[in-house]
Design a binder for this molecule. Structure first.
Ligand code: FEO
Ligand code: CA
Ligand code: CA
Length: 689
């Protein structure tokens, strides 16, 4: 157990032991950059549009409980508390003289570099499921030295990012739905040769991508969870599972390949990152850095096609994983449209293991992060989505038709069409302070807020394009190019986006952007106010009349992240001497008291990533506290914050510079002598202080 000292000197002392940051572009290890996003930040940011940057202008997750109800509302109505609720204790947080807000009764953990999940005093943890653990009936036990594609297809995949926990039909059980973003071959396979991967290694990687649906059960008196291996609802979806393309671009010539002349059936889903859960009990997952799996863009000579490929960062030469050696669809020279069939939001029905998952073209194609729903005032569904690339955009989708409540077959069939017809928007942010006051240092402008107004600019509605010169199908398939044309605001890597369960305000994690203000790049603006933004920020957006259908909004930066001793940071005006250092916000979630929880991915302050919590209202708005820390090399994914437990997914443990399976960078979770295994962890309060 590590506890954050009340004494700032102690914290400074701890920091002096921190490792020197690696020398490449971000604080992430070179291995993570290579496998997670194809070294995206070593390349030129693909947004070279002249679209101006505006220097001076510039009912969430529902669970299925017989009749569908909002999980958060259910929790409040029954008086349930979060795993971190004050329950019986309301002692002041040491050193602050303040009582903890509801849901945040824990002593922050100190930043550290332990090869462990470190939780606050009084909390316990358990690994629920690890890479390679059996999921389907007949799955063998994991053996890292004898792994096979056949085994992997029945086992838990690699590197979970988004997670949802839904009620299972079986009493006392739940459905854990997680995605598997990417594979780290060098630390997965003994004897791996990146220049010549074997077919078996490639096929293992295909089977380790995708999603898992897993029935889990608790014991009713702790936060422990056990997998129910072989349950009929358990499912693995992989890089070879058939998906149906639906919505306005389905069937378009842009989506046809020699294997699929209809343009409606795709094999597999790749690089699933942030996601969301719908009111009708399905799970959404965004395909993010899909570009890295393809090879051979150099073979394309048509100028328009080259522009499109470049805007999505598709590699000119070989791909990192060399999948093109074993399936020619990954070779753009042979199948130029195959990359167009990836980069979508996928929708999975975890309650029907025989259902064909769908790729929803109405939500646009980009490096998707998040697809969190909120109902409009008239009952339609709005989804908020980030495009995680330096200088890319924030999007919203609003369905044409309203959500139907109830569990009837008719309601369900209707709701499964809601993401196929609607309007896709992109965000433009306008600051309210003079451009001269946004100097790139993070210094607050004279009005003491980075804030302003914004608008949602429509790109397409159903089959109608709102972008001159582009058809509706082109808007959906090449959404980045469409957004470039309408003056969208270039953001600092929009990651997860989450509507507040009660206020409807929308919170956007902008993880970082080392190139903000670099020569030839967009400079600081009020929504992205720091040059070389290393630590990211959290933006709070309030739509007009709090209606998710609104076309305008107001916004402000709630957090400008980093070491609180760094003068460029901002914690909503809260006393910076009391907050935990935080860098590179990524996945975000709310607890049922409306506190924001932030998982980080970047470790740019020199200690490990972690999970943080912060009230968004009241006198402690901005009081960031670190709840847990990650093992070596891992980013913090998930998270899920519910009444009796917190779930996180340590992603890519051991992905450190120079690490291999033979020389692992972490021994988590299995201990010395083992290779690291990305896993899901449950944390709960063991006792009251
Ligand atoms: Fe997969 Fe943008 O993180
Ligand atoms: Ca301002
Ligand atoms: Ca992420």
């Amino acid at each position: 157990m590590h506890r954050q000292s009340d004494d700032r000197t102690d914290r400074a002392d701890q920091r002096s032991d921190l490792p020197v940051l690696p020398s490449h572009n971000t604080a992430r290890s070179a291995l993570t950059c290579r496998y997670r996003c194809g070294d995206a930040c070593s390349h030129e940011a693909p947004n070279r549009s002249l679209n101006p940057y505006f220097g001076d202008i510039v009912q969430r997750a529902l669970s299925r409980r017989g009749v569908l109800k909002t999980a958060t509302v259910v929790a409040l109505a029954t008086g349930a508390g979060t795993a971190t609720a004050a329950a019986t204790s309301s002692a002041p947080v040491s050193g602050t003289g303040m009582r903890p807000p509801r849901g945040l009764d824990f002593e922050p953990v100190a930043p550290n570099t332990a090869d462990a999940v470190t939780v606050p005093d009084g909390f316990a943890q358990q690994v629920v499921i690890r890479w390679g653990d059996p999921i389907l009936a007949g799955a063998p036990r994991f053996d890292a030295r004898k792994q096979s594609a056949k085994a992997q297809a029945k086992q838990f995949g690699y590197n979970a990012d988004y997670m949802a926990l839904l009620d299972a039909p079986h009493r006392g059980h739940q459905l854990l739905v997680v995605n598997h973003e990417y594979t780290s071959e060098q630390i997965m396979f003994y004897g791996y040769d990146p220049a010549n991967p074997t077919r078996e290694q490639v096929e293992i990687a295909w089977a380790a991508h995708g999603l898992t649906v897993l029935v889990v059960r608790g014991d009713g008196h702790s936060g422990k969870l056990w997998p129910v291996t072989g349950d009929a609802l358990n499912r693995r979806i992989t890089a070879t599972t058939p998906f149906r393309l639906t919505g306005p671009a389905a069937g378009s010539d842009l989506l046809k390949t020699s294997a699929d002349p209809t343009g409606r059936t795709v094999l597999g889903t790749l690089n699933n990152c942030g996601g969301g859960t719908t009111p009708w009990g399905t799970v959404l997952s965004g395909e993010e850095n899909f570009n890295q799996y393809f090879a051979g863009a150099a073979a394309v000579t048509d100028p328009a096609a080259k522009t499109r490929l470049a805007r999505y960062g598709l590699p000119q030469g070989a791909s990192e994983r060399k999948w093109e050696l074993y399936d020619s669809r990954f070779d753009i020279g042979k199948e130029p449209n195959e990359p167009n069939r990836h980069g979508w939001v996928v929708e999975i029905d975890p309650y029907d293991p025989t259902s064909t998952p769908r790729k929803r073209t109405a939500l646009g194609r980009f490096k998707h992060e998040a697809a969190e729903p909120r109902l409009t005032a008239d009952g339609r569904v709005a989804l908020y989505m980030g495009d995680d690339e330096r200088f890319d955009y924030l999007y919203k989708y609003v369905s044409k038709h309203a959500y139907k409540t109830g569990d009837s077959r008719a309601a369900r069939e209707h709701n499964l069409t809601l993401l196929d017809e609607g309007t896709l928007y992109v965000a433009k942010f306008t600051g309210d302070s003079p451009a001269t006051e946004i100097d790139g240092t993070g210094k607050l402008p004279a009005d003491a807020e980075f804030d302003g107004t914004g608008e949602w600019i429509p790109l397409a509605s159903g089959d109608v394009s709102h972008v001159p010169g582009l058809s509706a199908a082109e808007v959906y398939v090449f959404t980045r190019l469409a957004a470039d044309k309408v003056g969208a605001t270039k953001m600092d890597r929009p990651e997860d986006v989450e509507p507040h369960p009660y206020t409807g305000r929308v919170y956007v994690a902008l993880t970082n952007n080392k190139d903000r203000g670099a020569t030839g790049k967009a400079g600081p603006d009020e929504a992205n106010p720091r040059t070389g933004n290393k630590h990211g920020h959290i933006l709070e957006l309030e739509e007009r009349r709090s209606d998710a259908a609104a076309k305008t909004f107001q916004w402000k930066l709630m957090l400008v992240c980093g070491d609180p001793e760094d003068p460029s940071t901002y914690f909503a005006g809260f006393d910076k001497s009391q907050v935990s250092p935080i860098s590179c916000p990524d996945n975000v979630a709310f607890d049922e008291y409306g506190n924001l929880w932030i998982a980080t991915d970047g470790a740019a302050l020199g200690y490990h990533d972690g999970l943080f919590a912060v009230p968004v209202k009241g006198s402690q708005r901005g009081h960031v506290k670190q709840f847990l820390t990650m093992p070596k090399g891992a980013e913090c994914c998930g998270p899920i914050i519910i009444e009796d437990r917190i779930l996180v997914a340590p992603q890519h443990p051991g992905e450190t510079d120079g690490a291999t399976a033979e020389h692992p960078g972490s021994a988590w979770p299995d201990g010395p002598g083992s290779i690291p295994r990305p896993s899901v962890v449950t944390v709960w309060r063991e006792k009251h202080r």
